[in-house]
Design a protein around this ligand. Structure first.
Ligand code: AMP
Ligand code: ZN
Length: 283
């Protein structure tokens, strides 16, 4: 069934799942579903392969874009009988994403995308623990990983480059192990897969990310790909090689945030320090 491309694509994702032991049969895999092509592809393939999957969607409250994404993932799950959990930052943190972004941007030098990214990660980990998930799967793809590696080098955070891999263990019970089945799949191949499969998803990016630094890096990596076609593969493979070589020196220093108990590299996690700033500035 399906075209040769679809079979090839699915078998390369299956290969990543097996080669990196991303999940075992019987594991409850919670798939973080934005409603877009990447996470819908992950959910579809894991479900087709017989993994025990559930979906979680965070409503980001970005007008019609969020409404359409939510409706798309809801109907995808309904059609396949996959349980879907809806989460919101209002329920988990007491504020809408929109409010957090606009207030914090006025008071800090953080971009809308990094605020949203920190919060999404916090909510997903918290919910995955609550739901008893054994794995948290995301739709991060080859292009995302190459961009993140470049951003970390440019920002002078080499230690963060050591975190990019298909699977990150839970480090005690702080994190639900996070897996990225599309780690080696390019954005273009996922788009083609999603289109050929006829997924009902939006292909536009988040309207808030248009002018972001991350978006700029994304375009730069794409531009450099004209000179080095394998640039993204080379970047993630170099990072995996370096991680292998310096495994002992890796800074796996996550500990519990003393305010919320979620993982943190410092005493207080980034979400709590953002909330602290927000509350302090209100008084
Ligand atoms: P992004 O941070 O937008 O690059 O998305 C990276 C991954 O995070 C996606 O592939 C999804 O797995 C997950 N994700 C992004 N947005 C949401 C959302 N609103 N709800 C649940 N998961 C999300
Ligand atoms: Zn915290």
């Amino acid at each position: 069934m399906g075209s040769a491309f679809i079979r090839r694509f699915e078998s390369s994702v299956k290969n990543t799942l097996q080669r990196y032991s991303l999940a075992s049969r019987g594991d409850l895999v919670l798939v973080a579903c934005s409603g877009g092509k990447d996470s819908t592809t992950v959910l579809n393939i894991l479900h087709a392969l017989g993994y025990d999957v559930e979906a979680i969607h965070i409503d980001l409250g970005i007008g019609a874009w969020s409404k359409a994404n939510k409706a798309n993932i809801e109907s995808f799950c309904e059609g396949r009988g996959i349980p879907m959990h809806a989460a919101s930052t209002r329920e988990c943190l007491g504020f809408s994403v929109c409010y957090l972004k606009s207030s914090l941007q006025q008071k800090t030098c953080l971009s809308a995308c990094s605020i949203c990214g920190v919060i999404k990660k916090w909510v997903l980990n918290r919910k995955a623990k609550e739901l008893g998930a054994d794995r948290l799967a995301t739709g991060h793809n080859l292009d995302d990983e190459a961009r993140t590696l470049m951003m970390n080098v440019i920002n002078g955070n080499p230690d963060l480059c050591l975190h990019s891999r298909p699977k990150r263990e839970g480090r005690g019970k702080l994190f639900v192990p996070r897996i990225k089945p599309l780690y080696f799949a390019s954005e273009d191949s996922i788009k083609r897969y999603s289109m050929e499969m006829g997924f009902h998803v939006l292909y536009e990016r988040c309207p808030c990310s248009k002018d972001s630094f991350g978006r700029g890096i994304y375009d730069e990596v794409g531009r450099l790909g004209r000179y080095v076609p394998d640039i993204k593969d080379n970047m993630v493979k170099s990072s995996l090689w370096l991680q292998h070589r310096c495994r002992k020196g890796e800074s796996e220093s996550a500990r519990a945030c003393r305010l919320c108990g979620e993982p943190s590299r410092a005493g207080v996690c980034r979400t709590c320090s953002m909330l602290f700033q927000l509350r302090n500035d209100k008084e």
